[in-house]
Design a protein around this ligand. Structure first.
Ligand code: PLP
Length: 396
């Protein structure tokens, strides 16, 4: 028999799996080009050629025993971590060293490592709706309690009054994700400053340490010159979780890192505990070949213009049809208001037109749907007449 905890996880993940299977079923039935699948955040841009070149170069020139071996430290190769730290310092004016960087199995691995590191059963983790649904499972993995801040459906910026009211002596972590999945919103510097001030105040009031966990796989995916503040500069107890899944289009390679700055409370303990967590969660160390690859590609980036073109086409197209949504400043998602209160009903209706999207309730924000526009441009262009038919069902 599977564990009681797994029963819940399986139940919750079956909706996503069902959608994935439905996409495949529809593609087989109607032809792939006649299905408009906006359900998955899987980049449709190839990794930069520098990634392929780096792989060949490493395999041709480096010691295979070393390249494919366990790393000496569970944190990853020392020289890779030093290179990541130096690159961050150059870009953001920080002063990290190799010891502050822990290479991880993507952002998902990093989040699990840090939550395992800081959570005791019953500790609370605050998230701002709408949020990446996996935070629920990651928090539950370590018997933490997820505390949701309700969404501001006008701006999708965090509701700071509610945030302040919901911080308790049991609050151990706060997860922020900017640029955001599923809204594409970027939190402004003023918002971050206010959030940091609230956290400082509450830490003082309760005599606790509250870690701000910045989950930032979309940091590099911004449009129109949007600025994404580097959070360690605003609040000492910040941990950054980064991933190359989207920035270099390497989601299957499972590579990212955590930054644990010296300024974070009990930093040395956190760093060594996170290292142990990386090991005992079964990751052991982040994939070694990919560690070496990203170290060679620190100045590479994905083709933002591809996503930007998709963003403009989908956003303008849907607005013209009467759908309501805010223009994303980052990531590759559009969060659209459902024209009917039950967004699951709207998703079911869209499916009749071969359009697949994810209900907002998966992100703690019912009444909205998420469209992932990391798809081929023609998928978007060809989907617009179908969206027009869908719109006819609601706006006549
Ligand atoms: N956090 C957010 C907000 C995401 O959207 C995703 C993936 O879509 C992840 C974390 C996990 O990313 P990774 O592939 O780096 O584990």
């Amino acid at each position: 028999m599977i564990s009681k905890k797994m029963v819940n996880y399986v139940k919750n993940s079956s909706a996503i799996r069902a959608m994935f299977e439905e996409g495949n079923r529809m593609a087989a039935l109607y032809g792939k080009e006649n299905v408009y699948d906006f359900s998955l955040g899987n980049p449709n841009v190839a990794a930069p050629t520098a990634v392929k070149d780096a792989i060949w170069e490493i395999l041709d020139t480096e010691d295979p025993v070393l390249v494919h071996g366990y790393t000496n430290s569970n944190a990853g190769y020392e020289d890779v971590r030093a290179a990541v730290a130096a690159s961050l310092n150059e870009r953001f004016g920080t002063h990290f060293a190799a010891k502050n960087i822990l290479m991880t199995v993507g952002a998902a691995g990093g989040l699990n490592v840090i939550l395992k590191t800081i959570l005791d059963p019953g500790d609370e983790v605050i998230v701002f709706a709408p949020y990446f649904g996996e935070y629920r499972s990651y928090t539950a993995n370590y018997d933490g309690v997820l505390v949701e801040i309700s969404p501001d459906t006008e701006t999708f910026q965090p509701k700071l009054d509610e945030f302040e009211a919901k911080i308790t002596p049991k609050t151990k972590g706060v997860i922020v994700n900017t640029p955001n999945n599923p809204t594409g919103v970027v939190y402004s510097e003023a918002t971050i400053q206010k959030m940091a001030a609230i956290l400082e105040k509450k830490q003082k009031e309760y005599g606790t340490d509250i870690y701000l966990i910045s989950d930032e796989p979309y940091r590099e995916l911004v449009y129109d010159g949007a600025e994404v503040p580097y959070l360690t500069k605003y609040y000492a107890n910040t941990i950054v979780g980064y991933s190359y899944s989207k920035s270099l289009s390497l989601p299957g390679e499972r590579i990212g890192y955590l930054v644990i700055p010296d300024e974070a409370a009990d930093s040395e303990d956190l760093i060594s505990a996170a290292c142990v967590a990386n090991r005992i969660l079964g990751f052991v160390n982040a994939p070694t070949l990919q560690q070496r690859v990203v170290a060679k590609c620190l100045n590479e980036s994905t083709d933002i213009s591809f996503y930007d073109r998709n963003r403009e086409t989908l956003y303008q197209g849907l607005k013209e049809l009467g759908f309501e949504c805010i223009k994303p400043e980052g990531a590759f998602y559009l969060f659209v208001k459902s024209p009917t209160a039950d967004e699951k009903e709207f998703c079911a209706k869209a499916k009749e037109f071969h359009i697949l999207m994810v209900p907002g309730s998966s992100f703690g924000c019912p009444g909205f749907v998420r469209l992932a526009y990391c798809v081929a441009h023609e998928t978007i262009v060809n989907s617009l007449p179908k969206f027009a038919e869908l719109a006819e069902c609601y706006f006549k």
